[in-house]
Design a protein around this ligand. Sequence first.
Ligand code: AMP
Length: 280
Amino acid sequence: MKIFRDSAKLRKWARKRRLENRVVALVPTMGFLHEGHISLIERAKKNGADDVVVSIFVNPVQFGPGEDYAVYPRDEKADLAKCRAAGVSAVFLPSNESMYFGDHSVFVDEVSLSRGLCGAKRPGHFRGVCTVVAKLFNIVQPNFAVFGRKDYQQAAIIKRMVRDLDFDVKIVLAPIVREKSGIALSSRNTYLSAEEKERALVISRTLAAVKKGEVKTVSAVAKRLEKASLKVDYVECVDSETLEPSRTIKPGSSVLVAVYDGKTRLIDNVQIEDGPRKSK
Ligand code: AMP
């Protein structure tokens, strides 16, 4: 497994692979890898990647003031071992200095899909995400890149960026990986105390109840979360494709939630399936 800290070297390596007609896939992450990340690597292989490149970069530009950039969990050694075990061809571990010149002044700003949900609550977040993902696409020039539905709005915004800026990269989405308890895996789960973890169970349980049709409104979802002492950042029902607010929970819509469990912000979502849209 190759380890690159220098983007020029990775670019050269990836270009050579593509010239050899190998299919190159990119899996962008912030590290502290868990089974959710590994599932993206596996999906890349299933979708025909000969070489999977995993980037591990806690991107400072997507964190707002007062957010958890400084304390975000990092474990390079464990991450490399997991990538090796998963059969990754190359890991990209850039430094902040190598990704951003001191006078970096060009950003990618999606201005429609990012207006609501996490975009409204975390100003500048998706600008940081789009900018770093655009840079990673330009460095690796992968045939395709895999993102998780866990970050549902992010996936929609990246797809829009690819469409609107003509990136020659196919976007593949992978389902949310959960613990047996239902909790969506997240690097941030490491912040949770035992008591907070117990409370977090209510998020996935409530969304499972939404999917079954047992909880029928957004306000009923919020009530359940609040009853468990979770602080609701937002609960919204949106059209799964356009992310436009949807007044009722119905096939083709998704329910997205963000809550504070203690100091930790957790997100999760569920899609209400409707036949033809299911595969998207
Ligand atoms: P992160 O390291 O949290 O920035 O996530 C990197 C990628 O992994 C993103 O595409 C996420 O959507 C995806 N991801 C994170 N957690 C999960 C999960 N539990 N299931 C599936 N994908 C995930």
